[in-house]
Design a protein. Structure first.
Ligand SMILES: [Zn+2]
Ligand SMILES: [Zn+2]
Length: 114
């Protein structure tokens, strides 16, 4: 049982990570560098979901920081619903101002750049 689930998981990951062409994050609409691609199940796997979208790792983490799997399964299983969530919407507005490879905090102050 565990082995079968594991194999399926690997197959889904390969499907979700195309090798050619830029991948656009459906959440923030920016290109996703290959090293920062994360596959998000719109309906969580624990609720029988199979379809994945490739997001920035930072965008993906934000979804799971704000919403439980039950909330995702019941109310937020489409990109449109996610974008309508106030917390996600303000995150997207913020992350869009960052470089596409941005992840985590940058520590360089304006004083050092000036
Ligand atoms: Zn996810
Ligand atoms: Zn993104």
């Amino acid at each position: 049982m565990t082995g079968r689930i594991r194999r399926r998981l690997i197959a889904e990951r390969l499907d979700a990570l195309p090798r050619r062409g830029p991948v656009i994050c459906p959440l923030c609409a920016r290109p996703v560098p290959q090293s920062l691609q994360d596959a998000h199940h719109l309906v969580p796997r624990s609720h029988g979901g199979k379809h994945t979208e490739v997001l920035h790792r930072i965008c993906h983490q934000q979804i799971h920081a704000l919403l439980t799997e039950v909330e995702l399964a019941k109310h937020y299983h489409t990109i449109e619903a996610l974008l309508a969530h106030p917390g996600i919407a303000s995150f997207v507005a913020w992350v869009r101002t960052k470089p596409e490879g941005f992840f985590g905090r940058t520590r360089k102050s304006q004083r050092l750049r000036g």
